[in-house]
Structures are given as C-alpha cells and as structure tokens.
Design a protein around this ligand. Structure first.
Ligand SMILES: [Zn+2]
Length: 201
C-alpha cells in the first residue's frame, strides 16, 4: 500500500468513525501498516477534526511510534498514542489498528475494571469468536500518558484471539488484518458492550 492509498483509506475510515460519534473533538486515531522490518505505520495526524481529514493528514511512524525523518510533510505530527499503535502492531501482527473514545467501551471498563467477560452472543462471531460456549475477556488496563507503561500493560493482558483493548476512562483499541476488519470488529464490540451494559448487573 502506498502512503497516498493509506492516507485516503485512513481519511475515509476516520470520517465513518466520526459519524458514529467515536472521535469527538479531535480524539481518536487510526493506523495502517505500510511495511515490516523495519515496522512502518501510517497514522492519522494529531490535532485534526477526524471528520475532515484528507489523504495528506497522515504521518509515517516507526516501531516506537515516532515520526520517521523521511515524510512528505515533516511538520505534521503523529498523536502520542501512535506509540501504542506501534506496540500493538508489533505484538499482534495487525495490519490496521483503530482507536476511539467509544463511550460504551469506557463505561464497560468502569463497570468491569478487571476485564469484560462475554459469552453466548451471535455478535461475538464479528470478533472472530464463537457464538456459543466461547468465553471472551476483553482486557481493561489503567490509563496512562506514558505509552511505554500502556504498552507493557497491553502486552501483559494480551491473549491472541482477542483483538481489542479497553483503556480505562479513555477509550478502546481494536485491530484486524486491514482497516475494514478493524472497523467491523469495533462496530461489533460496541454493540456487544451496549448489550452487556444493558443486561448484566
Ligand atoms: Zn485516545
């Protein structure tokens, strides 16, 4: 995928996420893998209205989430959260990662701070899991402004087969093979958590 293609795909997806109310203010960020060895991700630029991005509003970052020197526009900065995108991409092999301040996920993290346990829901198939007799725990980690701390918490809680992480009082990260799969998973997870919050005591 070229950087221009990545920029267009990220802008399209960010517009959808904004329409869903998942990127209030300038919050949230999306990334897509551009290359391996060394890892390179295209990440949405910081401080922009995510409903109004163009394919130029993208930054190439390295395995630490830092902007690489060779950029079309070196004045654009990645979000600090790019560090967690890079960590998730490294650990999981994901092709795309989406992060939004999705209210249902934050409320679920508040209600079940040790992890949100889910089972027996058709929509779990949307996360690549079974609709029956397959227990899935979405990990919840404390919020931090230090991406190394968040990254370590993510790795400690990570189980392959669970493509999501809730950051308490903050938002959610969801990943997949590509941006479409990551969004579909985020949509299904949001539905599942709305259901869980409405039905579980
Ligand atoms: Zn955030």
């Amino acid at each position: 995928m070229s950087l221009e293609q990545a920029g267009r795909a990220l802008a399209d997806e960010a517009s959808r996420f904004s329409a869903l109310g998942w990127m209030r203010g300038t919050s949230g960020n999306l990334s897509v893998r551009l290359g391996d060895e060394p890892l390179r991700l295209a990440v949405t630029a910081s401080g922009k209205d995510k409903g109004e991005l163009t394919h130029h509003d993208v930054v190439v970052v390295d395995e630490a989430g830092s902007a690489v020197a060779d950029q079309p526009d070196p004045t654009r900065r990645p979000s600090a959260e790019a560090g967690l995108h890079a960590r998730i991409a490294s650990v999981t092999g994901a092709g795309a990662i989406v992060h939004g301040h999705v209210l249902a996920t934050v409320i679920a993290g508040e209600r079940w701070p040790k992890g949100v346990v889910l089972r027996d829901l058709e929509m779990l198939k949307g996360l690549g899991r079974g609709a029956h007799d397959d227990e899935v725990t979405i990990p919840v980690v404390p919020n931090s402004q230090d991406m190394a701390v968040l990254g370590d918490a993510f790795e400690d809680s990570y189980e392959s087969g669970v493509p999501a992480l809730i950051v308490a009082r903050h938002g959610v990260y969801v990943w997949g093979e590509d941006l479409h799969q990551a969004r579909h998973r985020a949509e299904c997870l949001e539905w599942i958590l709305q259901f869980h919050l409405a039905t579980e005591q």
